[in-house]
Design a protein around this ligand. Sequence first.
Ligand SMILES: Nc1ncnc2c1ncn2[C@@H]1O[C@H](COP(=O)(O)OP(=O)(O)O)[C@@H](O)[C@H]1O
Ligand SMILES: [Mg+2]
Length: 357
Amino acid sequence: MNQGAQARRYLDVFGVAKSFKGTRVMSDLNFRVERGELVSLLGPSGCGKSTLLRIIAGLLEADEGAVVLDGRDISRFPAHKRNVSVVFQNYALFPHLTVAENVAFGLRARGMAKAATGTPVAEALSLVRMTEFADRPIAALSGGQQQRVAVARALVVGPDLLLLDEPFSALDRKLRETMQVELKSLLLDRGITAIFVTHDQEEAMGVSDRIAVMNAGRIEQFADPSTLYARPASPFVMDFVGLSTRITGTVVSQEAGLVTVDTPHGPLRSRSEAAPGTRLLLGVRPELISVGSGENTIAATLQDVMVLGSKTVLHGTANGDDRVLCELPGIRSGLGRGQEVTLGWSVDDTLAYEVPA
Ligand SMILES: Nc1ncnc2c1ncn2[C@@H]1O[C@H](COP(=O)(O)OP(=O)(O)O)[C@@H](O)[C@H]1O
Ligand SMILES: [Mg+2]
């Protein structure tokens, strides 16, 4: 590893393993974050996101491996010695204390005199636009306001690393989107390194520089949002990050990295080094499919045409059972349920994965 990469490596989690009551939920997990990055852990419920976050925070001890933060091995440090702040889904605020008292709590716990907490608390509340609520009891706040207080409480101590475990999942959709934008600009403006746990792929795509997609205790792919979406490393990532039409077939020929695959819909082509006889799962993103012609085409019957304004979504079936999904920009007229159409897309947009025969 060169000097530059070493200098940028800020959080380094390596070889981490964890079992609960004899059941392995994570083994040899490696995960690196650079200084100032916003990174998401994305995956279905139970895949190990919170476990990894808790190990980084020191709320849970790994069975094996180490956590290094800014060059220091903090694996054996208790949580309160790590200078890592955590924001939880349920906010974990003290309901009997005021907003300002909640935010001051971490400073007081670190031994700061009460009189000295005023300025940093005011700064933190201003960051999350909660200044005028300083003296309110927590119970008098809405969910979004409580979430802002939890962020202020996490930031007031000047953490080296901010961890957020599904911080917006209790909020409704509109508020969640507002909070995502606010939090992202707050963290970017202050250069705070943060790890954000979510099971919502749109949330992860929207807030992150990079996303680690987790599956059953492993990181399947760790990449920027566009790479994850355009070049998913596995069928799991393809399915978890975005939607796609999936077609399975068998390679009949391969030349210079271009395969022809025999499928129930006729021959389809893709970029792959797979040898003849290999079973391949092909995938295409919906917005890359058009109605009419293309390098690859299939015949489909439209089951539903949803005009959503910014896009028109076509749900169809091909050859009886394979479901196909196509998104056309804007409002498209002249397409209806039951209509037979030809769907087309390019060879380069055809994802291909080897699957067991
Ligand atoms: N304290 C615990 N005791 C036993 N099993 C646990 C405990 N915490 C987590 N697990 C298990 O570890 C796996 C990962 O859980 P978790 O990290 O909470 O997943 P996620 O946050 O991705 O939903 C799951 O199978 C879960 O049941
Ligand atoms: Mg969790």
